[in-house]
Ligand binder design. Sequence first.
Ligand code: FAD
Length: 436
Amino acid sequence: MTYFWFRRDLRLHDNAALYYALKNAKDVKCIFIFDQNILEKLPSTDARVTFLHDTISSLKSELIEQGSDLEVYHGRPEEIWNEILKSDGVKALYCNRDYEPYALSRDKAVEELCQTNNIDFKSYKDHVIFEKDEVTKDDGLPYTVFSPYKRKWLARLEKRKEKDLSYYFKAYPNEKYFENFSRVDEPSKMLDHDNLGFERSDLRIPSDEVKQKIIREYDKKRNFPAVEGTSRLGIHFRFGTISIRDKARKAQKLNDTFLSELIWRDFYSQILYHFPHVADKEFRAKYEGIPWRFDEEEWTRWKEGRTGYPMVDAGMRELNNTGYMHNRVRMVVASFLTKHMLHDWRLGEAYFAEKLLDFDLASNNGGWQWASGSGTDAAPYFRIFNPTSQMTKFDPQREYIKKWIPEFGTDQYPEPMLDHKEARERCLATYKMHLN
Ligand SMILES: Cc1cc2nc3c(=O)[nH]c(=O)nc-3n(C[C@H](O)[C@H](O)[C@H](O)COP(=O)(O)OP(=O)(O)OC[C@H]3O[C@@H](n4cnc5c(N)ncnc54)[C@H](O)[C@@H]3O)c2cc1C
């Protein structure tokens, strides 16, 4: 018996570890675990759990159609594997690698269980194009600045190109070996959503398909939040319901700027892998200990989109209502919280982590540390976004603002809760004093 464990790779097609499992074994049993260690930290109405449950149900149906099954568990992975791996006849466990600190320690524990039971543990790269040390500086150290990282990333691609046009973007032909899924007469019952302890959410999940036109015109339209100019694929990249190789292949043909965004995703993934301290500390040590303020009322107004700065408020309302926020606006609200309000970036990071459908530890942390100035390749602290000129530039007709703030322009809309100029100066003085 060979096991395949689904995690952030929830698809049967073009899935690296699943491909190798099916190619190398004749009786591949698929498993998914609703991980209690993760679920217990989420609010009971979490839309991502609904998405996950729906996705797992569909995967299970696809596997049943193949004459096989998906065994679905709910609990702590180490305990569950400890039981499964004790059974007779288990030869190997296959999975795709995950680079987050929790996932690394979980997988290490499961790998050790495999070793104890004399079972092969085989992991593959699937979630990113380049992982770990595949793109490093000439001296082997990880890059901490995006532009040279991107150059090397693209160069690695080119190098392989001579030999094999699409080596790093290749699709794994899993379907060739579908007959190697284990045969099951009576599939197991799917775990009920209610049994997970969560209420179903009716938040709309963006499609996993994107119009070619959006990718083609990405560089021209991606900065305008009122326009349908970005892919909205974030949640699908997060859970692996689409293949990064497939999208990178298309991006390479259609739009360099879109490809560049996918390279940012790899970049932040390798930053988290090489510098796991970023998960709770500043990437750059000298930024640790900035004397952050905390004001309950301001914090609530920021979360609820009532700061009196329309670009900030529209963004926060978009997030609260849809689980999405446009990238340009993410930068504006993050800068506003950390610079204007001088609140700890970790508060904003945690709020995004709770609300974003596309929440991804590496990218979210990268985005927040960038905004606060403490991250890799961060904007210097003295460059502070002006939320009003950002609005004028990127929402010139106020379409985005009016969509999310119906009372915009009336007495109902609050006055700015702080003065831009004063807040800017307070921020500059605080950062300057701390850094000198
Ligand atoms: C403060 C802040 C927090 C963020 N939090 C997250 C997060 O939790 N999860 C997340 O996936 N992205 C995050 N981003 C990056 C970016 O805002 C989102 O990836 C993007 O807005 C998602 O929308 P989209 O799918 O339409 O992206 P598109 O613009 O269509 O881009 C395609 C894909 O490229 C990747 N991507 C794009 N921009 C970035 C970027 N700057 N860094 C890393 N990957 C990128 C994403 O996977 C995205 O889905 C954050 C940015 C900031 C400034």
